[in-house]
Design a protein around this ligand. Structure first.
Ligand SMILES: Cc1cc2nc3c(=O)[nH]c(=O)nc-3n(C[C@H](O)[C@H](O)[C@H](O)COP(=O)(O)OP(=O)(O)OC[C@H]3O[C@@H](n4cnc5c(N)ncnc54)[C@H](O)[C@@H]3O)c2cc1C
Length: 410
């Protein structure tokens, strides 16, 4: 009778195995490598960055098919940008004002008024009560009505990637552009430059889809197809939806397993298309589906010749993908579009399973179960701190590296 390990064609030993070359995994791998540890990174795709994915359109413009908006108030990203010598590009955008597609241009003051009413109401209710009510309940309680309120509702649902009655009201924060004064920037050459720069010199294996984690007193065994990687610790930096499908031997502690099972990821899709001439700087909210479309400044300070769109929630994703060209045309009728739109459905991607985690009422407290090491297993990724952001994912990578280092470095 052969054991599972006997059937593996390759067995390798390292001090640390990092699974997932998204930004969280790359930060963890880099920090541990820089501390002198022998680290291998196993990645299912043929590229690094995961949900950071920058794409060059036929006209040369680089668009973000994954995480895009970075606020200058996000310290973890800003620190990494400085450290890696990357350059920030001002997008010229704010998050607050969006014009309804096909509708009248709403005065910025209208958008600001409803956003302020929301922030005020959140202050009155208080964090504790907000975390146990849904975002839909919060919005229903506002006395503001009218087009700017409808835009706000549609954009919050789109940004969450989920129906507002599944998200805790307390989660409406900076990444929703509510109450955030920061400038929005991108990384020159594409946001996935963050992950690509961290990868330099690391032992990175592509095309390795991990499915099983077996740990015992002396080591942890990470299985990917016909390979086995044995380490003293593993950083699991795969998205929540993938984490939920991995086989653990022994099984995860009940609290950790229950937390993973209870959390959900939002649905999200992006489309992008080249334009012949530089369009106006705009952000337009589709009022039929939870989707929006925007342009932005490029590295030279001129508006890029590209339009990008994001749809959040299942209904938004399917409607946008079913008629991507038609929706972009309706959103930007004045633009001379070139070629075909590129599109990514993150929910259908088996190595993502959604755009980012959605924290429901009462779920944030449970996240602490994910942040502590589970024997030799250390979790990282945006879901671990429930941030749903690039900045938050970086912080979980730093935390995981610290927790591995304190377990292994004497
Ligand atoms: C459409 C979209 C828009 C977004 N917009 C923003 C935004 O504007 N601002 C912002 O801050 N954030 C945004 N985000 C969120 C942000 O991109 C993510 O929070 C962040 O990139 C997640 O990083 P991560 O390392 O946790 O996960 P990931 O980037 O998903 O990395 C996980 C890695 O694990 C790999 N993997 C998965 N399963 C396996 C397996 N079994 N074996 C081996 N490898 C595996 C994946 O291929 C991937 O490379 C957006 C995300 C999406 C999808």
């Amino acid at each position: 009778m052969h054991s599972l390990a006997d059937l593996m064609t390759i067995t390798e030993r390292h001090q640390v195995v990092v699974v997932g070359a998204g930004i969280a995994g790359m930060v963890a791998a880099r920090r541990l490598f820089d501390r002198g540890l022998d680290v291998v990174v196993l990645e299912g795709r043929d590229r690094v960055g995961g949900r950071l994915w920058s794409h060059r359109l036929p006209n040369g413009e680089i668009v973000e098919l994954g995480g895009e908006w970075i606020s200058t108030g996000q310290d973890a990203v800003m620190g990494l940008v400085d450290e890696l010598g990357l350059v920030l590009v001002d997008t010229g955008m704010d998050f607050i004002s969006r014009d309804p597609v096909g509708g009248p241009q709403l005065p910025t003051t209208d958008h600001a008024r409803v956003a302020e009413a929301l922030v005020r109401r959140m202050g009155e209710i208080g964090q504790a009560a907000l975390s146990s009510m849904t975002a839909a309940e919060l919005l229903d309680g506002l006395s503001e009505r009218g087009p700017a309120m409808e835009v706000l509702r549609s954009r919050l649902q789109g940004t969450a990637g989920a129906s507002l009655d599944t998200m805790a009201a307390a989660e409406i924060g900076e990444e929703f552009g509510i109450g955030d004064e920061g400038r929005y920037v991108r990384i020159e050459g594409g946001n996935d430059n963050l992950a690509r720069s961290l990868a330099a010199g690391l032992d990175l294996r592509h095309g390795r889809v991990v499915d099983t984690i077996h740990q015992h007193e002396r080591a942890v065994h990470v299985l990917a197809d016909d390979e086995e990687h044995v380490g003293l610790a593993v950083v699991l930096a795969v998205p929540l939806a993938v984490l939920a499908t991995l086989r653990f031997d022994p099984v995860l502690p009940p609290l950790v397993a229950a937390t993973i099972a209870a959390l959900r990821m939002g649905s999200g899709a992006k489309v992008a298309m080249a334009t012949q001439d530089p369009p106006d700087l705009f952000r337009r909210q589709d009022m039929d589906i939870p989707a929006w479309y925007w342009t932005g400044l490029g590295p030279t300070g001129a508006v890029r010749r590209a339009i990008t769109g994001f749809a959040g929630s299942e209904t938004g994703v399917s409607a946008l993908l079913a008629d991507r060209l038609g929706r972009i045309r309706r959103a930007a009728p004045e633009c001379d579009l070139v070629g075909e739109p590129v599109a990514v459905d993150w929910t259908a991607d088996p190595l993502a399973g959604g755009c980012y985690s959605v924290i429901g009422p009462g779920q944030r407290e449970g996240l602490s179960a994910l942040a502590s090491p589970i024997g030799r297993v250390h979790l990282a990724g945006e879901h671990v701190n429930g941030s749903g952001t690039i900045d938050g994912a970086i912080r979980t990578g730093e935390d995981a590296a610290r927790s591995v280092a304190s377990a292994l470095v004497f």
